[in-house]
Design a protein. Sequence first.
Length: 350
Amino acid sequence: MPTALIGLGSNLGDRAALLDRATARLGEHPNIDVVARSKPYATAPIGGPAGQGEYLNSAVRVLTTLSPQALFEVLQQIEKELGRARSERWSARTIDLDLLLYDDLVLETPALRLPHPRMSFRRFVLTPASEIAPQMIHPTTGWPIRRLLEHLDTAPNYVAIAGPVAVGKTQLASEVAQRTGARLILDEIDPQLLARFNADPTATAWELETSLLHRRAALLAECFSNASSDEATDLAISDFWFDQSLVYSRLSLTEPPQRQFERLWHELRQQVPSPKLLVLLQAPVDQLRERIARQGRTTEQSLSSDELQRPHTGLREQAAQPDQGPVLVLNALDHKRAIEEVSAAMQAMR
């Protein structure tokens, strides 16, 4: 029988009673068996309108013969019965029931995504979930829930933003840093080197990629090695991801120098912190082409749709590597929502 993990939250009314009633309704369903329930945890509200009250959050583990879609519909019906009114996003609510995991299923439909797309970096979800399902696997990271929670406890408070050219990484990092007070780490390319690359990409690819790799390693090492104990608890955000250098080297270098680049990347990677969260920006290729044209990026303007798609594919594959950790995939075209999502994620990790 499939195992499902459900997150519960409430910050209106008698919060503890509402969590009890929701759990009881689950147990009363003929196709659902509640096998474990966490204690309630008081947590600050994340995102949404200001002035909300504190949440109580918990988790339940169930066995069910329902399909994921049918179980999701049951959760929505219980929310409705207990007075949930859906209005502004992340607003106060009497009860919130989230289907977090359904065995190791990965599913994406207009109504339901599994695993829950934000559970891997939300402390208010992982803390109660780890109490009752520490070894349950988050299927897209490949990590058990306990490891995801330990990652929040031990990784530096650092968010990296990645994506193809012209997707808006620097703008997003800058605006999130301004909103949250995070330290901003910007990747600025030497303009003379960039001009040489634009004039002759093949001849200067090695110089450009190794220069970027060394610069990114130096920026991260400097930022975190010089941080005081107080600063170390603060957040940092960069408009690059160190591992993106590996992706682009595979696109621009031929095989012998690319193997040499991988050795250099591996050596430097041991010296830089991995992000607590990777934000991966995506956009349709035709939209990227329009942005590239507006920015006057002459080298990229001549690229075919297939060539513009390759960084998307390479970054997704690299982000899916076993030791990567939590990844938040966002639509770069909805810039306002991306700012809200990343800012809320940075709160939720702490």
